[in-house]
Structures are given as structure tokens and as C-alpha cells.
Design a binder for this molecule. Structure first.
Ligand code: CP
Ligand code: NVA
Length: 322
């Protein structure tokens, strides 16, 4: 398709890099690779992916490595938790080295600019695997999960409760691109960034979706199809724990809050969860919780993303042999 062609060779640093059609194409391919993974076993043959992570990871690392390994490629993991990228040599020099060896660069950083600067300098695709500003791979997997549950995200009432930061930003942008009604409830002072709000509103205007911001979690959750939360102390903010914990206490997703959501509603979390803080065990372990479906779909969604960016979406149906 046109969207698939347009994505070849590109970076994914933010959901706002994508058009409505491009996000839809990634999701469509994610469902296809989930249904028939064997058709893609050689789709990324010999492709090399490097993962450079300044922060800890379970899901993102494992799903990227599994995704490329099961499509015939290979992953190299660089533990960057002991120092910040760009300290030992410039980010441009890092980019100009990496592009000579690998086909795709996956970065988990503190500063979002680290991802964009390597992206601007490297000739190969650069993927944001979580920065302090966005978590696009998470949002793609999450809306893939919602499409499985609800068929489509158009008109879906999606509520995020908690810190208006990286995960929230990507969810707002992706939800708006898919025509969802996105409501975000944060404490005062923890709202999403203004430029993300503006971009998300502009996307929603194209798709018939909407963006609403508020401080009242009960009003935000009322009638919601999906209720999503994230930790209120993100990686790198550990020293703010005593300040943040009481501020976020009224935003905890517990059974009382979930009572206001629609009967058929689902509970979502990117994980890792700080159980007993932003969410109770009773909610995250309930039948409404789809957190492990989200985690599973990180694999399928990132496989689709790699296939699109590396232009290797060559499908070899099993019945036609090799
Ligand atoms: N949700 C997520 O990105 O998990 P990790 O931090 O374990 O990668
Ligand atoms: N907001 C969290 C998400 C972790 C996947 C963090 O940045 O630590």
C-alpha cells in the first residue's frame, strides 16, 4: 500500500510522525503477523538491530529481540544504564558509526532529543523505545489490543488517569489518529505538554475523535470503555517519590473508581505496575484487566513496525513453500 511504501526507511520517534493511514497500516499488519507469524519467519532475514537502553526494560527489550529473531534477523543489546548517550562522543558521531553496521536503531533514553538527534543523523531508521517525552511502541500495541477487543477504536471512550507524561502523550496522539474520544485526568501541574495537546486536537479534528483534559478522575472515568493508568513515579523520578505519592493518591485506579466506567470496560496499564500505588491488586488482577494482552501485543506490533520501516514486509505464505 501507499502507507507501507511511505514508511520505508523512516524513523519512529513520536506517534505524531505518523499519518492516520500509516498508523492504520501498522495496526493492520500487526493483526496479520499475530495471526500467521510463520508467514514472516524470513521477512527480516539477516537484518541487524541494535538496542541501546539508558533505562531498565523487561517488555520492550524482550519483545524487540523476539520480534526480530523470529523474522530471521538478529538483535544486539547495549546496556547504556551506566552513562548517558552522547557523553563519550557526540550523538552525531554515534549515529554515523551505527548506520555503517546495523539496519535499525532502537533507543530508550532520558532526553527525547537524544532520540531525535540520532534520528536526524543516522541513515537507518531510529525507533523511540521510550523517552521522557513519548512511548510510541507502547501506544501502537495498546490500540492494537483495543481493536481486538472492540473491533475498532473509532468513537471509543478511552480514559487515561495519572501522570500526563510519556505514555500518556503517545496514547493521546494515537487515540486521536484513530478517532477515539480521549479523556485525560491528571493532578494539577502534571498535565500533558501543550504541544502534544495541540497536535492531538489537530489529529482528532481530522478523524472525528476528541481530546478532553480534566482534574476529576471520577468524571473522566464515567462511561469509559477503557481505563488506563501508568506509574506516577517514572524511571528517573525516584527522588520525587515523597512529593508525588500524596498528589497522585486520589488518582489511584481502584474498584471504587472502576465502578464509574462502562459495564463492559477494560483496565489497561503499560507495566511495570506499582501495585497498591496507581492501581490496586483487585483491579489489575480482575477479569476486566487486559494488561498481559497489551504486553503480548508489544511483540506483534513491533514486528509490524520493523517490517514497515525496514521495508521487508515480504510475506511468504506457508502453503507456497520457500
Ligand atoms: N511497558 C514497557 O515499556 O515495559 P518495560 O519498561 O519493561 O520495557
Ligand atoms: N512512565 C513510565 C513508563 C515505563 C514503561 C516511565 O517512564 O518509567
Amino acid at each position: 500500500t501507499e502507507a507501507a511504501k511511505a514508511l520505508r526507511g523512516r524513523d519512529l520517534t513520536s506517534i505524531s510522525d505518523l499519518s492516520v493511514q500509516e498508523l492504520a497500516a501498522i495496526l493492520e499488519l500487526a493483526h496479520a503477523v499475530k495471526g500467521r507469524p510463520e508467514d514472516f519467519r524470513h521477512a527480516l532475514d539477516a537484518k541487524q538491530m541494535v538496542l541501546i537502553f539508558e533505562k531498565a526494560s523487561l517488555r520492550t527489550r524482550l519483545t524487540f529481540e523476539t520480534a526480530i529473531n523470529t523474522c530471521g534477523g538478529n538483535a544486539i543489546f547495549v546496556d547504556q544504564t551506566q552513562s548517558v548517550l552522547g557523553e563519550r562522543e557526540s550523538l552525531a558521531d554515534v549515529a554515523h558509526n551505527l548506520e555503517r553496521w546495523v539496519d535499525v536503531i532502537v533507543l530508550r533514553t532520558y532526553a527525547h532529543e537524544t532520540v531525535t538527534e540520532i534520528g536526524e543523523n543516522a541513515k537507518v531508521p531510529v525507533i523511540n523505545a521510550l523517552s521522557d517525552y513519548e512511548h510510541p511502541c507502547q501506544a501502537i500495541a495498546d490500540f492494537c489490543t483495543l481493536e481486538e477487543r472492540f473491533g475498532s477504536c473509532e468513537g471509543l471512550k478511552f480514559t487515561y488517569v495519572g501522570d500526563g507524561n510519556n505514555v500518556c502523550h503517545s496514547l493521546m496522539l494515537a487515540g486521536a489518529l484513530l478517532g477515539a474520544h480521549v479523556t485525560v485526568a491528571t493532578p494539577k501541574g502534571y498535565e500533558p505538554e501543550l504541544d502534544v495537546i495541540h497536535k492531538a486536537i489537530a489529529f482528532a479534528e481530522q478523524t472525528g475523535g476528541s481530546i478532553q483534559l480534566m482534574h476529576d478522575p471520577v468524571r473522566a472515568v464515567t462511561g469509559a470503555d477503557a481505563v488506563y493508568t501508568d506509574v506516577c513515579i517514572s524511571m528517573g523520578q525516584e527522588n520525587e517519590a515523597t512529593k508525588r505519592t500524596p498528589i497522585f493518591r486520589p488518582y489511584q485506579v481502584n474498584e471504587d473508581l472502576m465502578k464509574h466506567a462502562a459495564e463492559h470496560s477494560v483496565f489497561m496499564h503499560c507495566l511495570p505496575a506499582h501495585r497498591g500505588q496507581e492501581v490496586t491488586d483487585a483491579v489489575i488482577d480482575s477479569a476486566q484487566s487486559i494488561v498481559f494482552d497489551q504486553a503480548e501485543n508489544r511483540l506483534h506490533a513491533q514486528k509490524a513496525l520493523l517490517l514497515m520501516l525496514l521495508g521487508g514486509a515480504k510475506r511468504i505464505p506457508r502453503d507456497r513453500g520457500m
